[in-house]
Design a protein around this ligand. Structure first.
Ligand SMILES: [Zn+2]
Length: 296
């Protein structure tokens, strides 16, 4: 390094530095200039977008901007078409974005089978669940996750000495599923129970809590939820109906984490009933997920 610096100093002292040296200097200056311009532009963009989200409307300036879209292998696409109703509800452009994004999860997550062989259907359906729930956001990668652990059936957890169907394990950066129960979530699409959706929302929620300061996606999700809970607290009639209607299972009222997950489970599985029973809460959940596609 010192040698290079000495050489540059020497060349700078020469009256007429070689042409190559001049070219290199110009290239370095241009690259540095572009880099600085990019950093400044990005900073300003995020600043204004955050101000827009916080004070004007819960919307990002853009959600999907993928210059080079990954194409999904036909075998994977067939699984989506046959087993993932949501995908079929998207238009052509949205499908291409979905196909691009799902591959991020398939490629970047480690899938670990415990007494079960992980197959491509498992990977596609779990990754598709994450892609669906984050489809309204630009920050879709769920930074708190890097692996998926799959058991064939409910598994014994040493943490609380009981059988689990699934969980988000924050310290292990993992979503854990009993495959039997994950499949049940999709077998009946309108019973407001979907293990994959439920656990994935826990991970997304924690991920957004960590990135709230700089992520407009996180701001939309968390601030909309804040608005939603404030609305409920201020409206005794709705609050009472929420607790007694039986539309939301009781587990929703354990704490805010479970409330968000159950809200989204119902939103995904029975949007029409949700909208007719709790129209204001429905709008807030839709805003929270920026879910303006597939008929929602
Ligand atoms: Zn939960």
């Amino acid at each position: 390094m010192i040698n290079i610096l000495l050489r540059i100093t020497y060349l700078l002292q020469e009256k007429d530095p070689p042409l190559v040296f001049k070219i290199i200097l110009i290239i370095l200056a241009v690259v540095t200039g572009l880099l600085v311009a990019f950093i400044v532009f990005r900073g300003l963009f995020l600043f204004f977008e955050m101000a827009f989200v916080e004070y004007v409307k819960k919307k990002q300036f853009f959600t999907h901007l993928h210059f080079f879209k990954n194409k999904l292998p036909e075998s994977h696409k067939a699984i989506l078409e046959n087993e993932f109703a949501f995908y079929n509800k998207l238009n052509t452009k949205e499908k291409k974005n979905f196909e691009h994004r799902i591959q991020y999860f398939i490629k970047n997550w480690e899938f670990i089978g415990k007494d079960i062989e992980v197959n491509i259907t498992m990977k596609v359906k779990i990754a598709a669940t994450a892609t669906k729930l984050t489809f309204g956001f630009r920050d879709y990668k769920i930074g708190v996750l890097d692996k998926i652990v799959i058991y064939p059936k409910a598994y014994f957890s040493n943490i609380n000495q009981t059988f689990h169907k699934g969980e988000f394990n924050m310290s292990y950066k993992a979503l854990v599923f009993s495959w039997e129960d994950f499949e049940k979530g999709y077998a009946t699409e309108d019973d407001n129970l979907n293990l994959g959706v439920h656990e994935c929302i826990h991970a997304l929620h924690v991920s957004f809590l960590k990135s709230r300061k700089y992520s407009t996606s996180a701001a939309i999700f968390l601030d909309s939820f804040q608005e939603l809970t404030t609305d409920i607290d201020e409206n005794v009639v709705v609050k009472q109906k929420l607790l007694t209607s039986g539309y939301f299972r009781e587990y929703a009222f354990e704490n805010h984490f479970e409330f968000i997950s159950v809200l989204v489970e119902n939103f995904i599985e029975t949007p029409s009933e949700f909208q007719s029973q709790f129209p204001k809460i429905y709008i807030k959940v839709k805003q929270m997920l920026n879910f303006n596609f597939a008929g929602y």
